[in-house]
Design a protein around this ligand. Structure first.
Ligand code: UD1
Ligand code: CA
Length: 470
């Protein structure tokens, strides 16, 4: 069935009402662009190589933003209306038999089931085509569906051209259409820009096909939220909320526990495994994947992270580009950035910052540390307060720590530096030179104890105070 349908997605407009320097279809809801959401829905009824996006404004960026390989592009240099946009695909697809499905690029909430129903309807009831319509309380801004006596569509009338009686019609054109492809292309040249906007309106095809005896019929859908077209940032926020709600729901049905789902933001591209628990106010962004049996503590924010199974993330961990191995425990209050890799069973505690750093299996940094540009071996213990001095004000330098090293608390590791495996750094050291395997490095003054010194000082002070009072 998929191979019989060709899809055109209209995405060439700037979207003036967004008030943005960025083309409308590049704006994001639930972590993906409006256009990618529409493509994702279209993939349920068509193959990628049968989907054409019509692009114009910021064509390069729009093409680069599409994350489905194989999708085709047609260029609409000047935006002369939705009908003109479809016309720009003529050379590419007019010879294709079967259905022509047309979608507005600014409708990210469309459900696959609706598209499947629309295609099925067109297959079973041949004719000019079908338009998905819905009844809304506030139809302002949408094209109104004017029906004829037999229930087919006589015309779609745009707001600007509508009479007061037509404006009162609550059934609107959602911008989702299916046509008999060969018939559509046969008559498309009859479209004329004869309206106030001097644009070629795709919606005029309804009258044209009707005139030739091929009626177009509405498919009335009850859930209007699914058909929301995004024209302003306020509508973008509504779409974002609906998409995230759907994502959370889908995850919960698949075996993920989400505490306080209304507070949790999970992007569309994120995956989460069975029996993982997600706390309140968590954000999982970008391409993040979380394995099974994990817990993600309240307020944690993960972007583009790969978390293996049975990982415990305590509250308020902020991480990007981080891979966390099975059984590791991190947080609370830890920060990982710019490519971090944690092996199995690694422990990272509170107030630890990691930048471009790897800790191999079983390594620990449990309190208050900054480790940057460093590689840390298996089972290493990094003491509280350890700092890698990776930056001299001009360049960055690496620190390499071998397996089974013990770094005492409050050590300052001045890079470039290597600590050989099994070595031991005394607490409070400033280490500037490489340390051999199994050696002890002391980088501080030896302690001097002076017996009785404190007592003598007290007595001296007391004597002075006595003199002063006299
Ligand atoms: C359109 C419909 C309207 C419908 C509404 C649903 C027409 C004439 N009107 O109105 O009946 O109720 O959608 O949301 O079709 N585009 C191009 N090239 C152009 C013009 C537009 O690619 O020359 C693209 C836009 O980028 C956008 C889509 O087509 O993604 C719809 O355009 P928009 O201007 O938002 O149409 P509406 O006024 O909302
Ligand atoms: Ca629109």
């Amino acid at each position: 069935m998929k191979s019989k349908t060709t899809v055109v997605i209209l995405a060439a407009g700037l979207g003036t009402r967004m008030r943005s320097g960025k083309a409308k279809v590049l704006h994001q809801a639930a972590g993906d662009t409006l256009l990618n959401h529409v493509i994702r829905a279209a993939l349920h009824v068509a193959l990628p190589e049968h989907i054409v996006a019509v692009i114009g404004h910021q064509a390069e960026q729009v093409m680069a933003s599409v994350n489905t390989p194989g999708v085709l592009f047609a260029h609409q240099e000047e935006q002369n209306g939705t009908g003109h946009a479809v016309l720009c695909c003529k050379d590419l697809i007019a010879s294709r038999p079967g259905n022509l499905l047309i979608l507005n690029g600014d409708g990210p909430l469309l459900k696959p089931e609706t598209l499947k129903a629309l295609v099925a309807l067109q297959e079973e009831r041949a004719g000019g085509g079908h338009i998905v319509s819905t009844e809304v309380a506030e139809p302002a801004g949408y094209g109104r569906i004017v029906r004829n006596a037999s229930g087919d569509i006589a015309a779609v009338v745009e707001e600007k051209a509508a009479t007061p009686a037509q404006r009162a019609i609550c059934e609107i054109n959602s911008g989702v259409y299916i046509f008999n492809g060969p018939l559509f292309w046969k008559y498309i040249d009859e479209l004329k820009p004869e309206n106030a906007a001097h644009e070629y309106y795709l919606t005029d095809m309804v009258e044209i096909l009707g005139r030739h005896g091929h009626s177009v019929t509405p498919m009335l859908v009850a859930d209007e939220t699914e058909l929301l077209g995004i024209n302003t940032r306020a509508e973008l926020a509504v779409a974002d909320r609906i998409l995230r709600k759907r994502k959370n729901h889908e995850l919960m049905l698949s075996g993920v526990t989400i505490e306080s789902p209304d507070s949790v933001l999970i992007d569309f591209g994120v995956t989460v495994g069975l029996d993982t628990l997600i706390g309140a106010n968590v954000q999982l962004r970008g391409t993040t994947s979380v394995g099974a049996g994990c817990s993600i503590g309240a307020g944690s924010i993960l972007r583009d992270c790969a978390v293996s199974d049975e990982v415990k993330i305590l509250p308020y961990v902020v991480a990007e580009n981080t891979r966390i191995g099975k059984g590791a425990a991190v947080g609370p209050f830890a920060r990982f950035r710019q490519s971090v890799e944690l092996g199995e069973d690694v422990h990272i505690g509170n107030f630890v910052e990691l930048k471009k750093t790897t800790l191999r299996a079983g390594a620990k940094a449990n309190h208050l540390a900054y480790l940057g540009d460093s590689t840390i071996g298996n089972r290493v213990n990094v003491g509280a307060g350890t700092i890698t001095c990776n930056y001299d004000g001009k360049s960055k330098f690496p620190t390499e720590i071998g397996d089974d090293v013990f770094v005492g608390s409050n050590s300052t590791l001045v890079a470039p530096l290597r600590l050989g495996s099994g070595s031991y750094v005394a607490a409070g050291s400033v280490i500037t030179d490489d340390v051999d395997s199994d050696a002890l490095a002391l980088g501080r003054e030896r302690q001097v104890n002076k017996p009785g010194w404190a007592k003598r000082r007290r007595e001296r002070n007391r004597a002075k105070d006595g003199e002063a009072r006299k």
